[in-house]
Design a protein around this ligand. Structure first.
Ligand SMILES: CC(=O)SCCNC(=O)CCNC(=O)[C@H](O)C(C)(C)COP(=O)(O)OP(=O)(O)OC[C@H]1O[C@@H](n2cnc3c(N)ncnc32)[C@H](O)[C@@H]1OP(=O)(O)O
Ligand SMILES: O=CC(=O)O
Ligand SMILES: [Mg+2]
Length: 726
């Protein structure tokens, strides 16, 4: 429970107050008294508009629900639907052609195409790992995941398996041959890498010498020119370091002493304050903000025990190389960091206004995360995040250009309050709500001086697809959603709108999350579709994912590709507007319906129980086929809205949902049996706050704002915390 201090007309939780006073404000040139006074003024000015924007969402949803209810049982009239959406201001006119003018953008965003990692910033150990995931061992990522098959004696478990090791090396040498071809023979035939005044020299087994087919790919080296310990190469704007050590366990078996390939992996990382964390009160927010501060002032450190060993993790230093002429080559050691603030919806009890009302959490996030990032801007850290003096905020879940304009106004107010130059704060726009996808160009225009990314958050977007058209009919099964017309058009439209607005070379065009953290072979096969679609970045759930996905950007030169994609006909709004309904709601068998319910229930419960009871905001939860899925609030939004939709349209009923939830709760309990911190939901379902929250998410799904899960999750976690405090 919060204990509050009064500052002006605000009541501020003591811990949050102390964090600003003692840790974040010092060094920024902003006094804590000034900070609170400005925060209060921004709340007073902007909170009413924030409220009004949320009310507009509800009003539009009510009109859409009514429209569908009035036409229940009739065939969908796409033209009338479009006219209706235009009349109510849901569909807006396309703006006249324009170009964004964002300035001072770091090269990782503007000029490099590569993987984007997302990480719950509440977890310092993970957050540090993510910051350091700029560079990843390709050998480890291949050896440690299913990217390399276990066939032919190449099992992963146990001590080092040389059969598997050889497969890794073969894969890596093939990667080198494709990415950095040599003039005559292959990398697998190299016995010595060295450098001279003209760059890389290789000696082959037959003692012939060779060079890179494209000499400009060579950048520098480490160690001695005649026997370097590292060779730095570059392709499509991404670096790869060949690491050489003939005395290393792996290097000694390699003809050229190569022990690893270190690849530039997570070019950018999103430190997430939103859907992958559980932060419901001041105590949680303080943890989140303190970690972000530590990343911005370079002091974040985490101690933990792994495999019986005590480890400490800190931020990685820059990487240093030299040229033959003796000049230093310095590369960033860490991923360029964005911070994802929460959206416009939630409030948080960390601060109350004069009436005792909670203040909008998005406003709080903007002020505190920017103040913390000033440690980077003012070079108070031994590391630098932005070298161009920018602060990168990802703003999620905005509905349409008015809400983008509101975020832009908020950022301008924060800059003014904290004495920052105009447009220091950049914005990443999540294209993850239907009203934003349909009016994307207008959304980009509303942030044309600040926008540094548009990203298809297809998970939230799918949740919004269901909620918006809840009363249009029964939706197709969740797994079929990825192949529907609307989603293809939505993905294409994002690239088209971004290119038309001149984002190429200025801002990222991003694609969504690979949500199967253990399925790296499948990711290697499928996720190349993202750079091939013209996206300069795409989300991965883990550092290994980043390392492996990085290889795709060596295969595709996205910036070149964008030139041709920009010539194609733009994706059609009418396609985005198609609603993925079952043609015949009686077409599914009872088994198919039960299978879908089981799968959704397992995902909901597996995620919610850890969120509510343990405060874990992102979990890996097995689906009914036992594939571990990354679950966060967006995936929960889909599962809960989907079950709710089938309930609304009579494909299931309350009794079946309840029976399914109870049965799957026992399955989830069993899956978590090895966790000493875990509290089972079965058989005392009535007293399990987590189980009741899971039911509410489905049974009260229609009335949840935009189908979001956070209001119910937050309340359940607060109730749980209160019950523990008694
Ligand atoms: C719709 C959306 O908004 S998507 C965006 C939100 N999603 C995310 O941010 C995904 C974040 N990812 C994760 O939290 C995890 O990868 C999970 C929960 C999906 C899977 O976790 P698990 O496979 O169980 O990982 P596990 O807990 O075993 O950790 C394995 C290692 O990977 C690291 N790791 C896993 N994910 C990440 C990550 N995103 N960033 C950095 N390190 C990570 C951990 O630090 C750990 O290494 P360590 O022991 O050296 O510290
Ligand atoms: O935030 C990402 C999403 O897919 O939702
Ligand atoms: Mg999202």
């Amino acid at each position: 429970m919060s204990q509050y201090l009064n500052s002006g007309d605000l009541q501020i939780d003591k811990k949050l107050f102390a964090l600003i006073e003692d840790e974040i404000a010092p060094g920024t040139g902003v006094s804590s008294a000034h900070f609170w006074a400005e925060l209060s003024s921004i709340f007073n000015d902007l909170a009413p508009e924030n409220k009004m924007l949320l009310a507009k969402r509800e009003e539009l949803q009510r009109l859409i629900d009514d429209w569908h209810k009035e036409r229940a049982g009739q065939p969908h009239d796409a033209q009338a639907y479009t006219e209706f959406l235009t009349d109510i201001g849901y569909l807006l006119p396309e703006p006249a052609p324009f170009q964004v003018t964002t300035q001072n953008v770091d090269t990782e965003i503007a000029q490099q195409a590569g993987a984007q990692l997302v990480v719950p910033v509440k977890n310092a150990r993970f957050a540090l790992n993510a910051a350091n995931a700029r560079w990843g061992s390709l050998y480890d990522a291949l050896y440690g995941t299913d990217a390399i098959s276990e066939q032919g004696g190449a099992e992963r478990a146990g001590a080092y398996n040389p059969v598997r090791g050889q497969k890794v090396i073969d894969y890596a040498k093939n990667f080198l041959n494709e990415t950095f071809p040599l003039s005559t023979q292959g990398h697998e035939l190299v016995t010595q890498y060295s450098v001279d005044a003209d760059g890389l020299v290789v000696t082959f087994k037959n003692e012939e010498q060779g060079r890179l087919a494209d000499a400009t790919q060579y950048i520098g080296y480490k160690g001695k020119a005649e026997s370097p310990s590292a060779i730095l190469l570059k392709n499509n704007g991404l670096h790869v370091e060949i690491q050489i050590d003939a005395h290393h366990q792996i290097g000694e078996a390699d003809p050229a002493g190569v022990k690893d390939l270190l690849v530039e992996a997570a070019i950018t990382t999103i430190m997430d304050c939103e859907d992958s964390i559980a932060a419901v009160d001041a105590e949680d927010k303080v943890e989140v903000y303190r970690n972000w501060l530590g990343l911005m002032n370079g002091t974040l450190s985490a101690g933990f025990v792994k495999n019986g060993q005590k480890l400490t993790r800190d931020m990685a230093a820059d990487r240093l190389y030299q040229t033959v002429a003796g000049e230093e080559v310095r590369l960033q050691g860490r991923s360029l960091m964005f911070i994802r603030n929460v959206g416009h919806l939630m409030t948080n009890p960390a601060i109350l206004n004069a009436n005792g009302d909670e203040i909008p959490e998005g406003i709080l996030d903007a002020m505190v995360t920017v103040l913390a990032a000033m440690h980077d801007l003012k070079k108070l850290s031994k590391f630098q995040n932005s070298r161009t003096g920018s602060i990168y905020i990802v703003k999620p879940k905005m509905h349409g250009p008015e809400e983008v304009a509101f975020a832009v106004r908020l950022f301008a107010r924060v800059e003014e309050a904290l004495g920052l130059a105009d447009n220091t704060i950049k914005i990443g726009i999540m294209d993850e709500e239907r009203r934003t996808s349909l009016n994307l160009s207008a959304c980009i225009k509303a942030a044309s001086e600040r926008v540094v990314f548009i990203n298809t958050g297809f998970l939230d977007r799918t949740g919004d697809e269901i909620h918006t058209s809840m009363f249009a009919g029964a939706f197709i099964p969740k797994t079929k959603m990825k192949t529907t017309t609307w989603i293809g058009a939505y993905e294409d439209n994002n690239v088209d709108a971004g290119l038309a607005a001149g984002l190429s070379g200025k801002a990222q065009i991003g694609k969504g999350m690979w949500a199967m953290p253990d399925e790296m072979a499948a990711m290697l096969e499928q996720k190349i579709a993202h750079p091939k679609s013209g996206a300069t970045t795409a989300w991965v759930p883990s550092p290994n994912g980043a390392t492996l996905h990085a290889t795709h950007y060596h295969q595709v030169n996205v910036f070149e590709l964008q030139n041709s994609i920009s010539q194609r006909e733009r994706a059609k709004r009418s396609d985005i507007l198609t609603i993925p309904l079952l043609e015949d709601s009686n077409s599914l068998t009872a088994e198919e319906i039960q299978g879908e319910l089981d799968n959704n229930a397992q995902g909901i419960l597996g995620y919610v129980v850890r969120w509510v009871n343990q405060g874990v905001g992102c979990s890996k939860v097995p689906d009914i086929n036992n594939v571990g899925l990354m679950e966060d609030r967006a995936t929960l939004r889909i599962s809960s809205q989907h079950m709710c939709n089938w309930l609304v349209h009579g494909l299931t009923n309350e009794a079946q949902v309840l029976e399914t939830m109870k049965r799957m709760a026992a399955v989830v309990d069993e899956q978590n049996a090895g966790d000493p911190e875990y509290t089972p939901m079965a058989p005392n379902f009535d007293s399990s706050i987590a189980f009741q929250a899971a039911l509410d998410l489905v049974f009260k799904g229609v009335e949840q704002p935009s189908g979001y899960t956070e209001p119910l999750l937050h309340q359940a976690r607060l109730n749980l915390k209160a019950s523990l405090a008694k």
